[in-house]
Write a protein that binds this ligand. Structure first.
Ligand code: ZN
Ligand code: ZN
Ligand code: ZN
Length: 376
């Protein structure tokens, strides 16, 4: 069993700096401020995660030149006080029976435009809008897409640890029996391995065997894995609050020449995406590099998704490696490079590593062999 020590927790100063940066970025984007509901943005900015998200309003209000205020239900105030970022903000609680929107309204510019975290409940936004009809709102991801995109050294260490744990899980899964077992059984093995190697949360365990591998969104089903199957294994979750996400495609017994060729093309495409990473390149350049290789090999129409997505306190977030995303890569960004080829009704191949941008290129957080593993 691995015994890597837990990383030092983020401090109130870390959260203070993140909240100040969010408020400044909002002002730069012409916004009066940012409203953050429970979810990944609130975890990132304050370390606070209510044990249950209920109909009661919890919202962090950030505005340039203003102290951060967290509005919470009185009964949840003791939990919020213990959040790691609580020393960097003011709590304002409201008791059942009071109108939480009249408590929140005085914190907001009456005719301001605010960025709102994507997962805020519509009922809360509508409540605020009714209280302050002059305000308007925009999705936080749309307004400040790169808010969480550049990771500091402590975040990078967590992402590296999550990637290493996923790699350990892969190192063991290739030793289990595939032939004659259901996809769901192998998926359960994978989930158990992620937990064994320190994940607190398993987000997905894709086991796509044979024709199921040709559906990138297939998770795992009742299909019994047969000798001769290609099997896409895509798995990840959170360890110490940061994500892992890696894919390898294995084969049960010896592959055919065509299977080997498709796998070789995807592996080269993954490497081409990796080689395209450098500070100042556009996100879409990574997608183009991987896609060009697959297109040149004659499989362009079978690569049916973007090449990558960011990762951090969630397993899918900006930046996206996709045509049309012209924003530049910046050192500290972390994202997947995961090209694939999907032959309908037959099989699929995907290879995925999480990488981070460094001053002189990319560094991988997944380092298991990208050659096709033969399983039994
Ligand atoms: Zn085969
Ligand atoms: Zn994945
Ligand atoms: Zn992914």
């Amino acid at each position: 069993m691995p015994t890597t020590p837990a990383p030092a927790p983020f401090t109130a100063d870390d959260y203070r700096a993140r909240m100040a940066r969010a408020a400044e970025s909002a002002a730069d984007a012409g916004l009066a401020g940012v409203l953050v509901a429970p979810g990944p943005d609130l975890v990132y900015l304050t370390g606070y995660q209510p044990t249950a998200i209920t109909e009661r309003l919890t919202v962090l209000v950030l505005a340039a030149g203003q102290e951060p205020v967290l509005v919470v239900p009185t009964l949840e105030a003791p939990d919020a006080e213990h959040a790691p970022g609580s020393a960097a903000l003011t709590l304002r609680d409201w008791t059942d029976g009071k109108d939480p929107y009249t408590v929140t309204a005085p914190l907001l510019d009456v005719d301001g435009r605010f960025g709102v975290s994507d997962n805020a409940w519509a009922m809360h936004l509508l409540g605020l809008q009714k209280e302050l009809p002059g305000t308007s709102y925009v999705s936080l991801t749309e307004a400040l897409p790169m808010l969480r995109a550049v990771k500091d050294e402590h975040e990078l260490a967590r992402l590296a640890a999550a990637g290493a744990a996923a790699d350990e899980a892969y190192g063991e899964i290739v030793k289990v029996r595939f032939e004659g077992r259901k996809e769901t059984e192998v998926a359960a093995d994978l989930a158990g391995l992620l937990l064994k190697y320190g994940h607190s949360q398993v987000d997905f365990t894709v086991v796509g065997s044979g024709p199921n591998g040709a559906n990138p969104h297939h998770e795992a089903g009742d299909r019994t894995i047969e000798r001769g199957d290609m099997v896409v294994l895509d798995f990840g979750g959170l360890k110490h609050g940061y994500g892992s996400d890696t894919t390898r495609t294995v084969h049960v017994g010896e592959p055919s020449a065509e299977e080997q060729r498709v796998h070789d093309v995807v592996r080269e495409a993954q490497q081409a995406g990796f080689d395209a990473v450098r500070p100042g390149a556009a996100c879409q350049d990574v997608d183009r590099a991987s896609r060009a290789l697959i297109a040149d090999a004659g499989y362009g129409e079978y690569f049916i998704h973007r090449t990558g997505h960011g990762i951090g306190v969630t397993t899918h977030e900006p930046p996206y490696m996709i045509e049309g995303e012209e924003r530049p890569l910046v050192p500290g960004m972390c994202f997947s490079i995961e090209p694939g080829i999907y032959l309908p009704g037959r099989f699929g191949v995907r290879i995925e590593d999480i990488v981070t941008v460094t001053d002189d290129g990319a560094r991988r957080f997944n380092n298991t062999d990208r050659a096709m593993a033969i399983v039994e």
